[in-house]
Design a protein around this ligand. Structure first.
Ligand SMILES: [Zn+2]
Length: 308
């Protein structure tokens, strides 16, 4: 290892998808301790811009197998603390969507899950559409009468254009984020905006836990951004970044603690979240103050506009 210091290893290192920089091996011990997928991939970190990515990547055919029925995004939490926090989080997303839409607009969600957000936006009188990789998610969205394409954004063929494209915790899951963002730009009307939310690999919990960070979410998270690399991705697609912010959220800390307990064998649960997880979420929330002082929480978002 030590690829950065070794010129031979550095030459063999893969190139960064964002800047072309040499990207030596960074993480070798990623494991899935939520859904217990067996496949494992190493991760590399670009020496120039800091983008972190799995290499080699899973194949398109492998991806659906990594999202089992009952994956977190489709199954609402049953305990009241998590249900409350998730409810607040979804209300904030709806407010964000409505803030950027005209009185009668067109809204598109990449990674529409079960269509809960699309359903709420449609109820306010807007036209909605989306894509979703999971068959289970699509079937739940179709049951609501929603127009959701089963597949990836790259596979969708449409002439429709949208005022808002919404991507919450999706860009880190796609096989090619540069191609995905180019397609997002095409989907947007001139003057339309994309909202992107994704984990921040520059946050204190990410730096502290490294490859054992709770949001490594292996092997579903393929790309790990910082505020700077997310901006680079958006600007590279010809979009103008208008707003960047941190989202208050203790998932990164909470899942990192759960991961640490599972790695040591002290927590032998095979469920995605253990019984104590909601208590971690609440108890660790004040760490967001530390996060902000140290440069940002584990959840970040950006709004970028397609020039008119
Ligand atoms: Zn780079």
């Amino acid at each position: 290892m030590g690829g950065a210091a070794n010129p031979v290893a550095a030459d063999l290192a893969p190139r960064c998808a964002l800047c072309g920089g040499s990207s030596p091996l960074a993480w070798t011990d990623c494991r899935d301790l939520e859904y217990f997928v067996a496949d494992r991939f190493p991760a590399h970190r670009c020496g120039s811009c800091g983008l972190v990515f799995l290499h080699p990547l899973p194949t398109r055919a492998e991806l659906p197998g990594y999202y089992p029925p009952g994956y977190q995004n489709f199954d609402p939490p049953r305990n009241p603390i998590s249900a409350f926090l998730v409810g607040r989080y979804h209300a904030a997303h709806l407010a964000t969507a409505l803030r950027h839409l005209p009185p009668v607009g067109a809204f598109f969600e990449v990674g529409a899950a079960d269509g809960a957000l699309l359903d709420r936006v449609r109820a306010r009188g807007h036209t909605v559409g989306g894509v979703e990789l999971s068959r289970d998610g699509c079937e739940r969205a179709w049951a609501k009468g929603l127009d959701v394409f089963h597949g990836t954004l790259e596979e969708l063929r449409t002439d429709r254009r949208y005022d808002v494209v919404f991507m919450s915790h999706v860009i880190e899951h796609v096989l090619d984020p540069v191609e995905t963002m180019a397609r997002v730009r095409e989907l947007l009307k001139p003057g339309g905006v994309v909202y992107v939310e994704t984990p921040n690999v520059g946050s204190p919990d990410a730096r502290l836990f490294g490859e054992h960070w709770g949001l490594v979410h292996h092997p579903r998270h393929l790309w790990f951004f910082t505020r700077a690399t997310l901006r680079r991705l958006l600007e590279g697609a010809g979009l103008v970044v208008e707003r960047e912010r941190w989202e208050p959220n203790s998932c990164g800390w909470g899942l990192s603690v759960q991961t640490a307990l599972r790695r040591r064998g002290w927590d032998r649960s095979r469920r995605p979240r253990s019984f104590y997880y909601p208590l971690l979420l609440v108890g660790l929330l004040p760490l967001n103050l530390v996060d902000v002082l140290a440069g940002g929480t584990a959840f970040m978002s950006a709004v970028a506009r397609r020039p008119a």
